[in-house]
Design a binder for this molecule. Structure first.
Ligand SMILES: [Zn+2]
Length: 57
């Protein structure tokens, strides 16, 4: 199971309505609208997850 970063829904990779790659990670979406929203402003949806402000690569 993957998590749709836009709406927070759990999405199964095989049945996802769409997927996007961003910074080497693959994200799955429940609906084409979620993918479109993510593609437009991916950082808006990813930053909500992590408030530390530090990324370790
Ligand atoms: Zn969604």
């Amino acid at each position: 199971m993957a998590k749709d970063p836009v709406c927070g829904m759990e999405v199964q990779e095989e049945t996802a309505a769409g997927k996007s790659e961003y910074e080497g990670q693959t994200y799955y979406f429940c609906a084409p609208g979620c993918k479109a929203a993510f593609d437009k402003e991916p950082e808006k949806y990813l930053s909500g997850d992590d408030h530390s402000g530090h990324h370790h690569h």
